[in-house]
Design a binder for this molecule. Structure first.
Ligand code: ADE
Length: 224
């Protein structure tokens, strides 16, 4: 999968894909992430990419021209399945969206700043608008990093244990069960006996039961 990211602060996106699972995904050639500096398509030598908003009011708006030129230049090299704008007024990101985006070939992510991008770019070029939650961040870079991480880790071949993503919270609309590691007793606190039983069927049933219980208690909104 190839993901291009358009940003005015590419430095913010250097570290998130350089470690751990994302690093592995890139090294294995399963995930290609390229960050493009929007100022490359600035309207003048000062690197201008934003301007005052019509109608007045505080806050700058990212201009059509640099964004459209960037989107068209990148689209000439690659046919995007989705051109995604990260914005607090987009559809709320969840595991289902991550799963469906992980099946795509090429994605272009647009990171907004200031008051956001000119509405005409949204109307004519953006195919999907995504919010990572009901709060406002200072730009779309951290949301873009979250999208890439959530999508990248479930691409086939990225995780060593092929099955492990299947047991993540939300994968089947259930939260993950509690987990324990050695020692079996710490400060008198014991690991549930069943996990030490060596009986795979019993363990699987217990985990499922715990997942259901946890989901009912913590996230009744996602219980079907
Ligand atoms: N940009 C600023 N806040 C955001 C959010 N909550 N989700 C996606 N993009 C954003």
């Amino acid at each position: 999968m190839h993901i291009d990211i358009l940003s005015v602060l590419p430095e913010l996106l250097e570290s998130p894909f350089a470690h751990s699972i994302m690093k592995r995904a890139r090294e294995k050639g399963i995930l290609h992430v390229e960050v493009h500096h929007l100022r490359k398509w600035a309207v003048n030598a000062y690197g201008q990419i934003d301007d005052y908003q019509y109608g007045g009011g505080a806050g700058m708006v990212m201009m059509c021209e640099p964004l459209v030129n960037a989107i068209e230049a990148l689209s000439a090299k690659r046919k995007y399945d989705e051109v995604i704008y990260l914005t607090p007024d987009g559809e709320k990101f969840n595991q289902k969206t991550a799963n469906s985006l992980s099946l795509k070939e090429n994605l272009l992510l647009i990171c907004g700043h200031y008051k956001g991008i000119d509405e005409r770019v949204r109307e004519h070029f953006i195919t999907k608008e995504i919010s990572i939650g009901d709060y406002v961040l200072s730009g779309g870079e951290l949301p873009a990093a979250i999208l890439v991480d959530a999508i990248g880790r479930i691409l086939p071949g990225v995780l060593n244990d092929e099955t492990s993503a299947l047991f993540d919270s939300f994968q089947d609309n259930l939260l993950a069960p509690p987990v324990y590691t050695r020692p079996a007793e710490y400060r008198g606190w014991k690991v549930p006996e069943i996990l030490l039983s060596g009986d795979p069927k019993k363990i699987e049933d217990w985990r499922h039961e715990m997942s259901v219980k946890r989901t009912e208690e913590r996230r009744p909104d996602i219980v079907e």
